[in-house]
Ligand binder design. Sequence first.
Ligand code: MN
Ligand code: MN
Length: 480
Amino acid sequence: MADKKVKSDGAELFWRREQGWDKLARGEEKKLERYCAEYIGFLSKAKTERLVHDYMLDLAQKAGFQNLEQVNAEGKKLKPGDQVYRSYGGKTIMLMRVGKKSLSTGLNLVGAHSDCPRLDAKPSPIYQDDDLVLLDTHYYGGIRKYQWVAIPLAIYGVIIKKNGEKVQVAIGDDAQDPVFVITDLLPHLEMEGDKKTLATGIPGEALNVLLGSRPADSKKGEKEVKDRGKLRILNLLKERYDIEEEDFFSSELEIVPAGPARELGLDRSMILGYGHDDRICAYAAAKAILDCKVVPERSQVTLICDKEEIGSYGATGMDSSFLENTVAELFEACGAYCGLNLRRSLERSKMISADVSSLHDPDFAGVSSPNNMARINCGLALTKYTGSRGKSGASEASAEFVAEVRKVFNDNKVHWQSSELGKVDVGGGGTIAHLMARYGMDVIDCGVGLLSMHAPWEVAGKLDTYMAYKGYKAFLEYDF
Ligand code: MN
Ligand code: MN
């Protein structure tokens, strides 16, 4: 819809990308604003993949989705219109609605990821250097390290104690909480540092989070303890969470930007937030399936997975057998599991790999392919292929499937635009698309374009944010 013919002397000559605001249907702007306000609330709260999972699980349960594993354990059978979910590892979750057609005719799938670039605490993280107590980190995903210094940070995650008890950690977003920071060099002393590049100025090992500076109280007559600053921090952690230093070995602590997502710009046309990639698509995919009220022809699936930012490896990533295993469970619940029918179902499925794309940024026009880059608020970005260099590593959608998706969007007044990550040979990237395509299904990358992708604070257009929801819903409901 965004690539539109423009009339010149009465003749339709060119295709042009257009801002979507003027083309919204009557009353749609209100819906858009309401949706974006809810999304801002979600993004401000769900700052880890575990929290996204818990949020989605809660939404699904409230909407009447049943636990698929329990359905099978009890030997219940599902009928068209029934809704189930499967949760795995507390991180990956799949929501499903059974359609009228048999599962072997294929599923309509929208898959997004909930993990975001961040800093993880190392297994033995707390140490004292001079008078400062610091948390040693290992960065996760592709970050530009210099962006993470001198900004307020929060710590989220879980610590599993010796006795198996799970401690939830969330410090830095409550108004009463302290925040954390990684220090940077003052400009007065950076003459040597100035010669370094953005990539080498802040090395990974320098990403140490400042936790404290005050020594533990020393009692009279007591022997002097070394690292009394660290002792105070450990004492505070003991008091608040009843944990010991060894418990950090069995923890997952993520350091993320502190503060809520916000409306951006005097015109409030954008959203600034941590983790748009890919929670903006994950939220849209989940809301879309929840809001499909009619019993569908083809079964619908929304998949929210983990580990995309580090290559999708691991049990909760899409390189695992989670999708296959879950669809097998669904077959069992819909009648009986049959290996051949499972394969047929996956091969005949249609999928949107719901992940973000980059927007053309006039400040960095040198890395853009101007005619092929998405623009802010010109609609949902359809990316035919990703990869790098000569499309290496790309899962390219076929012309036939692009035509089908284009029709779904046009028929449902979803504003969309074509998109490429950037100029040929300057870089590249990938998504979960190729891992789904190995089953033989049609897959296309389709998501919201961002400015400052992977930065602590990313920028998204409100119209694009809403169109992701509208587009995914239309796709899930379509009878291919
Ligand atoms: Mn992504
Ligand atoms: Mn990413």
